[in-house]
Design a protein around this ligand. Structure first.
Ligand code: SAH
Length: 227
């Protein structure tokens, strides 16, 4: 097992170096040539292999998305790092995530802020992610099964909102639940079509101005019971 651990650690260091190279080469689209050291430390702290099925473990530290069942995917690690960086999180922040999936992005965020509130519309994914995160000891992540289009009004406002499935427009409830000065990172576009990763900040007048250039491919955000 010791060998396995050493190999995983090496594979993870190679992955982090690749993410840094990708960050540099996509900076003309993202505006972020380097991600913060806090983001790299968070990526290093989370064992991605613990979030995927056994048969996909050998692929866990490749810079590619992986299947997590129910037609859903865990994002490419570079995208996870980029989205985490764009949120500009501080240790005291509270974050809302839409699309828990397997819980990997939530785990990375948990190392960067005080509390992560994560909503997942597929009940089986919500319960397995909650169980996995509990087993791995992530005590500051709360997973709830619910419709991300409605957000989590009881816990609003949030310092940051991250959306990991793509709607066709910014859901109004998510803009409303963002604190003034807070950041939202969200892919927007038609299912299977060109989606763009946007970042927005909430202004004092309540408006959210989105900016983005990076083309991305996320699963569609689907309306749940209340959507
Ligand atoms: N962040 C996840 C990957 C997300 S994949 C991870 O790290 O594993 C996108 C997820 O969004 C899927 O699990 C999908 O079921 C979920 N989803 C899609 N529409 C949603 C909605 N309206 N509300 C909440 N979750 C949604």
């Amino acid at each position: 097992m010791q060998n396995d651990d050493a190999e995983m650690a090496l594979a993870q260091e190679r992955l982090l170096a690749e993410i840094a190279a990708d960050a540099a080469s996509t900076a003309f689209l993202t505006g972020r040539p380097r991600f913060s050291q806090r983001v790299y430390a968070a990526m290093r702290a989370v064992p991605r292999h613990a979030f995927v099925d056994d048969w996909e473990r050998p692929l866990a530290y490749l810079n590619r998305p992986l299947g997590i069942g129910f037609g859903q995917t865990i994002s490419q690690p570079y995208i996870v790092a980029l989205m985490s960086d764009l949120l500009d999180l501080q240790p005291a922040h509270r974050v809302l995530e839409i699309g828990t999936g397997c819980g990997y992005q939530a785990a990375v965020l948990s190392a960067l802020c005080a509390r992560v509130y994560s909503l997942e519309v597929v009940p089986a994914l919500a319960s397995s992610a909650a169980a996995r995160l509990r087993a791995l000891g992530y005590a500051n992540i709360i997973v709830r099964c619910g419709d991300g289009f409605l957000g989590w009004p009881e816990e609003a406002p949030f310092d940051a909102v991250i959306v990991t499935a793509a709607p066709t427009a910014l859901p109004p409830a998510l803009a409303a639940q963002l604190a003034v000065g807070g950041r939202i990172v969200i892919p927007i576009g038609p299912p299977g079509g060109t989606q763009v990763l946007y970042r927005g900040e909430k202004r004092a007048d309540g408006s959210v101005h989105l900016e983005g250039n990076l083309p991305v491919a996320f699963v569609p955000m689907v309306a749940g019971a209340g959507g």
